[in-house]
Design a protein. Structure first.
Length: 297
């Protein structure tokens, strides 16, 4: 397993982002940036899934509680991602635009006659590019999606995703983990899956150290850890060794476990920088104060 010393430390988001940008800009490495992450919600009037982004709504009345929940996270992180990419040079990396098409199941009650799989397919096939509000951010910098976004091209279109898109689906990542990544990890030397019969949860852990476990599945469904591992597997296949992810605070624990596992135990990456939103009660705007760096010492 890993013979290198990997540090895990918290620091100022601004300082760690600046240090990462400087390191990538002067190296031959490329950087993957997860930014602009947004939820999909069901709009009863149009009977469609829509991005939960303020700039996408002209009439906020019916969805106001959910818009308050999302705040300005997608716009703010996408802007920060673009600024980071331009600071290192757009040829040095790409922004990955991840869509949360899973949480709608828990946030809203869908009509009985509505099938979520069909709603997902309609959204992704009609929205090949980023939402308009994020597209405007790209255009204002006199760039195109081709210049800044990570393409999601697959050999064969799935039931949800078209063969070419600028968007990545959390649902598809969870399916990828279940069908491919979980088996691949369980066959690796030094690791095992352990089942908790009380919670029907699965843990991925080092066989010689039961304390260093990473929850990858719980209650019969993949967690954010499994989603993160599936996404990192894609980045690894695309030869990325470094990434920066702007993430909501609710994902902190499970995603951190998965990233530490991928960098320290699996040696998939040289470094990862996780920038989590700072939740401030009553504050409408997203803020980032601290970040977590996982990387070689």
């Amino acid at each position: 397993m890993n013979s290198k010393t990997v540090v895990v430390r918290t620091g100022s988001a601004e300082e760690l982002l600046a240090a990462k940008a400087a390191a990538i800009a002067t190296s031959n490495e490329r950087l993957s940036i997860l930014a602009g992450h947004f939820l999909l919600i069901y709009q009863h009037e149009s009977r469609k899934l829509l991005p939960l982004i303020r700039g996408e709504f002209s009439d906020m009345d019916t969805e106001e509680p959910l818009l308050i929940l999302a705040r300005d996270f997608p716009e703010m992180t996408f802007t920060k991602g673009l600024d980071l990419l331009l600071s290192i040079g757009e040829n040095k990396g790409r922004i990955l635009l991840l869509v949360d098409d899973e949480s709608v199941r828990f946030l809203q009650k869908l009509p009985d006659e509505v099938k979520l799989s069909e709603l997902r397919r309609a959204f992704f096939h009609q929205s090949l590019g980023p939402p308009l509000s994020l597209s405007r951010e790209i255009a204002q910098r006199h760039l195109s999606p081709l210049d800044v976004l990570e393409p999601n091209s697959i050999r064969r279109a799935s039931s949800i995703l078209p063969s070419n898109s600028w968007l990545f689906s959390e649902h598809i990542l969870r399916v990828r983990f279940r069908r491919k990544i979980r088996k691949k990890l369980s066959e690796m030397e030094g690791f095992r899956f352990r089942e908790d019969p009380l919670t029907t949860s699965l843990f991925f852990e080092r066989t010689e150290n039961t304390d260093s476990s990473c929850l990858v599945e719980g209650g019969g469904e993949e967690t954010c850890s499994g989603t993160a591992l599936a996404l990192m597997d894609i980045l690894r296949a695309r030869a990325y060794r470094h990434f920066v992810w702007f993430l909501p605070s609710g994902c902190k624990e499970s995603v951190t476990r998965a990233v530490v596992l991928a960098v320290r135990e699996l040696e998939w990456f040289s470094s990862a920088l996780l920038v989590y939103e700072t939740a401030i009660p009553g504050e409408a705007n997203t803020q980032f104060r601290e970040a977590l760096l996982v990387g070689e010492a």
